[in-house]
Design a protein around this ligand. Structure first.
Ligand code: BGC
Length: 848
C-alpha cells in the first residue's frame, strides 16, 4: 500500500518543484560535549580576572548582550527573542510556534522549527535564543498562553525537547523560560504564586525538567513572580535545590528582564546572569558582600565559569556566529507553512460543510478583523514581524483563483471610531479631583465625548495626583444589544459603572487592552454611565463609548453575506488584544459576536475561524454556525494554510492542546486565579544607588492544585465545550487491538501497542493519545493523565501498528513526604483514544 508522505515532505517538494526553495547550507555542528580543554581554558580565563571584572560579567549590557571582557579575548554575545521568530530587530520568518506548536502534537515538526529558528538566529549573529516559553496554560485569559505551549506537562515536555535540540544543533543556545509558576500576565511583577511541591513537580516543572535533563538546554530564564514568598531570581529551592541540584543543570541561569530584586540574595541563590543590566548584582552590592563574607568569591567564580564554559563549548570565541545563511529564508517559509497546516484545529464541521468545493462557489464573503491584515502572532517580546505575512483574504483569493468573487469587509469600526461616534445624551461631565482617591473639591467641566485614550497631557509636569470622574447619560433609540467599550493606557486604572453597577475594571496592565461589556436595553431606556479613572502618571488617556450593535456592524456585512455562497467570519485576538504584559478577555474583542450574528442573519453558511491563544466565549453563536476552525496564531503563512484546510487541499490535523471552556468561570483555576483579597503584603526593594521602593505583592494561591485543564474535567466527570486532545478530520479513524502486559514489575518499561486505521476516504493524520489512571493509588490522583502519544499519517484503508513505551515516570506521582517520585504498586488502567474524553481502547495493568 502507498504510504502517505509527511506534510513537511509534500510542502518541501512543492516548494522545490516551483523553485521557491533554495536548500540551506548544512546545519552547523552541535556544540561539542564538555572537554577538559574547555574546562582548562575557562579556568585560565577566570584566573586572569579581578573580582570587579568577574562581577561585571554576570550582568547584561545594552538590553540584549552579555558583557565583553577584551583582556581575556571575550567579546559580548547577542540575545534575541524568541519562540515564534528571531526578531532582532526587523523582519524575519514568523512561525506557528507556542500554542500552535503544541496543537501539532508533532515532535518532529518541533525539531524542524527549532532548527529553523537556530539558523535564523545565526543569520542575525544571535548567540542566545530567548525561548522556548513552556509555562502551563492554567487559565484561558492568561496573556501569554499563545507564546507558551499547552495545559499538559507531558505534551510540553515532549515537544520542547526536540525544539531545544533543534535550536542548539545550529550552534545557538536555547533559553527555556519562565522558571517557574508564571501563569498570568496581570501584575506580573508583583505576584507571589503559592504552589505546593507536588503540584509544582507534577504540573509546572516537568517541561523545564525535560529541557534540562533530556534536551540539555544551556540557558534557563527565571520568571518575574515570587514562588511561595521568594522571588524566582533568588529562590534557593527553584534554582539550587531543583535546577542545579536534582536536575544537574550546568548551564547559565539568567533573570527575566528586570526580575532581580536583591543582588546578594540572587548571587547566593543560583542566579548567574542579571538581565538586561546589573541593577542589583553589581560591584556596589557584591564587592562589600564578598569582603564581609556574605557572598563567597567561589560563588561568583561559579557563575563566571558557567558563562565561559558554555560560550567556549559553543565556539563563540573561535568562530563568527554569522553562518552565511540568508535572513529572508525561502526554505523557512515551508516550515512556517507546515506548522500552520499541522496546527489548525477543526472543532465543528456540521453536515460536512467543509471541505468547500471551489468549483461550486461563485462568491465568497470574508468578514472580520482577523481576515486582513494577517495575524501571525500575539503581542509583546515574542512578536516577530514577518516579511510578507499571508492574510486569510489573500490566502483564500490565491487559492480560489479569478473565477470566484471575493468580497471582504472588516465589518467593525476601529476602537477610536467607537469613542468618537458614541452619541451621549447631552454633554459628558468631567470632574478632576486633586487627589488619588476622588476626594477633595473637583474642577468640573463638560465635553462632548470621552475619547482621550491617546496621550493628552495636562501641560507642564505636574506632581499633583489627580483622578477623573466622567458622568454621561445614554438613551437607547431602539431595543437591543449595546456595546460598552473602554480603553486606557497600560498602568492606568479605571472602573466603569452603568446605573451604579460596575461592569468594567482595569486594575493593572502594561499594555492597552480594551475592555467591553454588552448591555440589553429597551427602546427609550436611559442609563447613567460613570467612569472613575486613575491615571498612572499625569495626563488623561481614557476612551469610553456606548453604541448599539446594530450601528456597530457595517452594513456591508449583511450585504456581502446575502450575495455569497459561503461566508468566512475571521474573529479573535491580535497582537494588541492578546499580549505579554496584560491578560486578555475571555469574550471576543468588542463587536465580534455581533458581527457573526449579523452575517448569520443574512446567510446560514457562516464558517468561523478563530485566532486566539486558547478558549474564548462562543456562547452567542456556536450553535448557529456550521464550522469552527481554531487557527491559534498561525505564523506568516496562516492565510495559505487556512485556505488549504477550508478547501480540502490539506486535511486538518491539529488537536486541542488545552481544554476549551464554555465559560471562564467553569475553568478550574477561576476561583484561584487572582490574589487573595486583602492579603497583599509590602516588599521593600533596595536598589544600590536608588531610594528604596515598596512593592505590593499579591498572593495567588494555586488552590486548583493538580486539577488543571482535563485533569479537572475527567476527575469531576464534568465536560468542557471541547476536550483536550480533540480535533476533527475529513476522514475517520478506528483504534483497535490494544496489547499491554497484564502484569509488570514496578519501575520497568511497559510497552503498549495498538492499531490505528484510516476508515474514511481521504488521507489524514490522527493523534493517538494514551492516558494512565491509577485507581489503587494511596493518595488522590487525577483521573487520567497523558503519558504517551503519536501522530500517525494514514492513507484511506491503511492501518498502522503503534507501540508506546511507558517508563517509570508514567506511573509515578510526587510523594511530598518522601520528596521523590513514587509508584504505588497495584492496579493501573491504560486508555487510548483521540481525546481526553474519547478513549475507545483500554487495558488493565498490575504493577508488582
Ligand atoms: C520577557 C521575556 C523576554 C525579555 C527580553 C521580558 O519582558 O518576559 O520573555 O525574553 O523581556 O525581551
Amino acid at each position: 500500500m502507498k504510504k502517505a508522505l509527511p506534510a513537511q515532505t509534500i510542502v518541501l517538494c512543492f516548494l522545490l518543484a516551483t523553485g521557491l526553495v533554495v536548500l540551506q547550507p548544512a546545519p552547523a555542528q552541535a556544540p561539542a560535549p564538555d572537554s577538559s580543554a574547555i574546562e582548562a581554558k575557562a579556568h585560565d580565563m577566570l584566573a586572569k580576572l579581578t573580582l570587579e571584572q568577574k562581577i561585571e560579567l554576570i550582568g547584561g549590557v545594552d538590553e540584549m548582550f552579555t558583557h565583553a571582557e577584551p583582556s581575556i579575548g571575550l567579546p559580548r554575545f547577542k540575545m534575541s527573542d524568541a519562540s515564534v521568530g528571531v526578531r532582532t530587530w526587523g523582519p524575519t520568518t514568523a512561525y506557528a510556534g507556542g500554542v500552535a506548536l503544541a496543537a501539532t502534537w508533532d515532535p518532529d515538526f518541533a525539531r524542524s522549527l527549532g532548527q529553523s529558528l537556530g539558523h535564523d538566529a545565526r543569520a542575525r549573529n544571535v548567540n542566545f535564543l530567548l525561548g522556548p516559553g513552556v509555562n502551563i496554560s492554567r487559565s484561558p485569559v492568561a496573556g501569554r498562553n499563545f507564546e507558551y505551549l499547552s495545559e499538559d506537562p507531558f505534551l510540553n515536555a515532549t515537544v520542547v525537547v526536540p525544539y531545544i535540540e533543534g535550536v542548539q544543533s545550529q550552534g545557538v543556545i536555547a533559553t527555556v523560560k519562565h522558571y517557574a509558576a508564571n501563569n498570568q500576565e496581570y501584575s506580573r511583577h508583583d505576584t507571589d504564586s503559592i504552589v505546593d511541591e507536588r503540584t509544582l513537580r507534577e504540573i509546572y516543572l516537568p517541561a523545564f525538567e525535560a529541557a534540562v535533563t533530556k534536551a540539555h538546554v544551556d540557558a534557563v530564564m527565571d520568571s518575574y513572580n515570587q514562588l511561595n514568598g521568594v522571588h524566582a531570581t533568588q529562590d534557593d529551592f527553584l534554582n539550587l535545590k531543583v535546577l542545579k541540584g536534582d536536575w544537574g543543570f550546568q548551564g547559565i541561569l539568567m533573570s527575566d528582564w528586570d526580575a532581580t530584586y536583591d543582588g546578594v540574595a540572587a548571587a547566593n541563590n543560583g542566579l548567574d546572569l542579571e538581565m538586561p543590566s546589573p541593577r542589583f548584582m553589581n560591584a556596589k552590592a557584591l564587592l562589600p558582600a564578598v569582603q564581609s563574607g556574605a557572598v563567597k568569591e567561589s560563588t561568583i567564580d561559579d557563575k563566571v565559569l558557567r558563562l565561559l564554559r558554555t560560550e567556549l563549548r559553543y565556539g563563540f570565541t573561535d568562530r563568527p556566529q554569522f553562518d552565511g545563511s540568508s535572513t529572508y529564508s525561502v526554505a523557512d517559509r515551508a516550515v512556517a507553512l507546515q506548522g500552520a497546516l499541522e496546527s489548525l484545529t477543526l472543532l465543528k464541521n456540521e453536515g460536512h460543510t467543509l471541505p468547500l468545493d471551489a468549483s461550486r462557489i461563485k462568491t465568497i464573503a470574508i468578514i472580520g478583523p482577523g481576515a486582513w491584515p494577517a495575524v501571525p502572532g500575539g503581542g509583546g517580546s515574542s512578536n516577530a514581524t514577518a516579511f510578507q505575512p499571508v492574510s486569510i483574504v489573500a490566502g483564500i483569493a490565491d487559492l480560489v483563483g479569478p473565477n470566484v468573487r471575493v468580497l471582504y469587509t472588516r465589518g467593525l469600526p476601529e476602537m477610536s471610531d467607537v469613542f468618537w461616534n458614541s452619541k451621549w445624551d447631552g454633554d459628558v461631565k468631567a470632574e478632576v479631583f486633586p487627589s488619588k482617591d476622588f476626594s477633595g473639591a473637583p474642577q468640573a467641566s463638560t465635553q462632548p465625548k470621552i475619547a482621550d485614550y491617546q496621550n493628552v497631557w495636562w501641560g507642564a509636569p505636574d506632581k499633583t495626583p489627580r483622578t477623573v470622574r466622567y458622568t454621561a447619560s445614554f438613551k437607547a433609540a431602539n431595543a437591543g444589544k449595546y456595546l460598552l467599550l473602554a480603553a486606557a493606557s497600560g498602568g492606568d486604572k479605571y472602573t466603569v459603572s452603568v446605573d451604579g453597577k460596575q461592569l468594567l475594571e482595569q486594575t493593572q496592565a502594561e499594555g492597552q487592552v480594551p475592555l467591553s461589556a454588552t448591555l440589553d436595553l429597551s427602546e427609550g431606556q436611559a442609563v447613567t454611565v460613570v467612569a472613575d479613572y486613575r491615571p498612572a502618571f499625569s495626563g488623561v488617556r481614557l476612551g469610553l463609548g456606548l453604541m448599539s450593535e446594530a450601528d456597530l456592524v457595517a452594513p456591508e456585512v449583511k450585504q456581502y453575506a446575502s450575495k455569497a455562497d459561503v461566508v468566512i467570519a475571521a474573529v479573535g485576538f491580535n497582537d494588541a488584544t492578546e499580549s505579554e504584559g496584560a491578560d486578555r478577555t475571555f469574550t471576543l474583542p468588542y463587536g465580534q459576536d455581533a458581527l457573526i450574528e449579523a452575517a448569520l442573519a443574512a446567510n446560514p453558511h457562516v464558517i468561523v475561524t478563530l485566532t486566539a491563544g486558547g478558549a474564548v466565549d462562543t456562547n452567542r453563536w456556536l450553535d448557529k454556525v456550521p464550522v469552527l476552525l481554531d487557527t491559534w496564531y498561525p505564523g506568516q503563512e496562516g492565510g495559505t494554510a487556512v485556505a488549504q484546510v477550508l478547501f480540502g487541499k490539506h486535511n486538518p490535523e491539529g488537536r486541542l492542546p488545552v481544554s476549551f471552556d464554555r465559560n471562564w468561570a467553569d475553568n478550574p483555576s477561576h476561583q484561584f486565579y487572582y490574589p487573595e483579597k486583602g492579603a497583599d503584603t509590602p516588599l521593600e526593594v533596595d536598589e544600590p544607588g536608588h531610594p528604596p521602593v515598596t512593592l505590593t505583592i499579591g498572593h495567588v494561591k494555586y488552590g486548583d492544585k493538580l486539577m488543571v485543564g482535563y485533569r479537572y474535567w475527567t476527575t469531576t466527570g464534568k465536560h468542557p465545550l471541547f476536550p483536550f486532545g480533540f480535533g476533527l478530520s475529513y476522514t475517520t479513524f478506528k483504534f483497535s487491538n490494544i496489547k499491554a502486559p497484564a502484569m509488570a514489575a514496578s519501575g520497568s518499561t511497559v510497552p503498549v501497542s495498538f492499531d490505528v486505521t484510516n476508515t474514511g476516504k481521504v488521507a489524514g493524520a490522527e493523534v493517538a493519545e494514551l492516558y494512565v489512571s491509577d485507581p489503587s493509588a494511596k493518595i488522590d490522583r487525577p483521573e487520567r493523565e497523558l503519558k504517551g502519544f503519536e501522530k500517525v499519517r494514514l492513507n484511506p484503508g491503511e492501518t498502522k501498528h503503534v507501540t508506546l513505551n511507558l517508563d517509570a515516570r508514567a506511573f509515578s506521582y510526587w510523594d511530598e513526604n518522601a520528596h521523590k517520585w513514587t509508584i504505588d504498586p497495584g492496579k493501573f488502567k491504560i486508555r487510548v483514544g483521540d481525546s481526553s474524553e474519547n478513549t475507545p481502547l483500554s487495558a488493565d495493568l498490575n504493577l508488582k
